[in-house]
Design a protein around this ligand. Structure first.
Ligand SMILES: [Zn+2]
Length: 271
């Protein structure tokens, strides 16, 4: 990796590295968002094989291998490999883990979201499954709300409460598709609203989305929900439910969100 960084700085010394901006739907580097490729240049979708890529260079060949690593000029990470086919045509294969497909037009109109979470989504193992990647998570406080337990359920809800303070987390850089997953899991009993939180480390204020219990006078709300208790008693079950949710979402098979809900209800008391 140090060699690659060296190669990038040599490139920079040789003159400015021009980073080309591609239009519309593009493949971008997952680390630095540099634009890498166009869907119209894909030869095979199965392995993300392109006839050309942009904003990359090839690492010096280190072995007798016919393949060379492709390096992103933005972050110097290896993002795939390059070779030449029997017929003499070059192929550029992007690693699926190092790139993402995104629509430039829509992403500029709808920026990423920050979401305040205060229940099971504070746990990276759960939220990582629901969002299908682990976002950057920062601690934050929400004032003017209380975190209640809900009768017969394992997840909390929040509702306005003048002197209340909730310690939770902000999931940063959430995409529209990821927000859709959160909306789907939270369901119609919560309303997603914009609230202001205070970041714990910097005291900075931040506008974020939060899921607030729609029925603020719900008689099922009581007491105070406890994250540590949840971790000890119920986390395993939520991880399993989240895994199922993503499976069902990818392959619905007529199942619905209600299936997920069964998991997160308290077991009926033993007779
Ligand atoms: Zn990059």
């Amino acid at each position: 990796m140090h060699d690659l960084v060296g190669q990038v700085s040599r490139l920079v010394e040789m003159g400015r590295v021009f980073v080309i901006e591609l239009e519309a739907l593009v493949y971008t580097c997952i680390e630095c968002h540099t634009h890498l490729g166009l869907p119209s240049d894909i030869i095979s979708k199965q392995i993300l094989n392109f006839s050309r890529l942009f904003n990359t260079f090839l690492a010096e060949r280190t072995s007798s291998s016919a393949l060379q690593h492709i390096v992103c000029v933005g972050c110097a990470n290896i993002i795939g490999f390059y070779g030449v086919s029997d017929k003499g045509g070059p192929y550029w294969v992007l690693s699926v883990l190092s790139c993402q497909r995104k629509n430039k037009m829509s992403s500029s109109e709808s920026p990423l979201h920050n979401v305040f979470v205060y229940g099971s989504f504070q746990e990276p193992a759960v939220v990582g499954l629901i969002l299908e990647c682990t976002p950057v998570i920062v601690s934050a406080q929400l004032h003017g709300f209380h975190r209640y337990r809900l009768k017969g359920r394992l997840h909390p809800c929040i509702a306005p409460f003048e002197t209340g303070v909730i310690n939770g987390k902000v999931l940063t850089g959430v995409t529209n598709a990821q927000l859709e997953n959160l909306d789907m899991i939270e369901g119609a009993e919560y309303e997603r609203k914009t609230v202001e939180v205070v970041l714990t480390d910097t005291s900075e204020k931040m506008q974020v989305e939060a899921y607030i219990w729609a029925n603020k006078d719900d008689p099922d709300m009581y007491g105070e929900w406890d994250f540590e208790e949840w971790k000890q008693l119920h986390m395993e079950k939520f991880i399993e439910a989240s895994r199922k949710f993503i499976e069902w979402k990818k392959n619905p098979n007529g199942r619905t969100r209600e299936e997920f809900e069964k998991f997160v209800h308290e077991d009926p008391p033993m007779a």
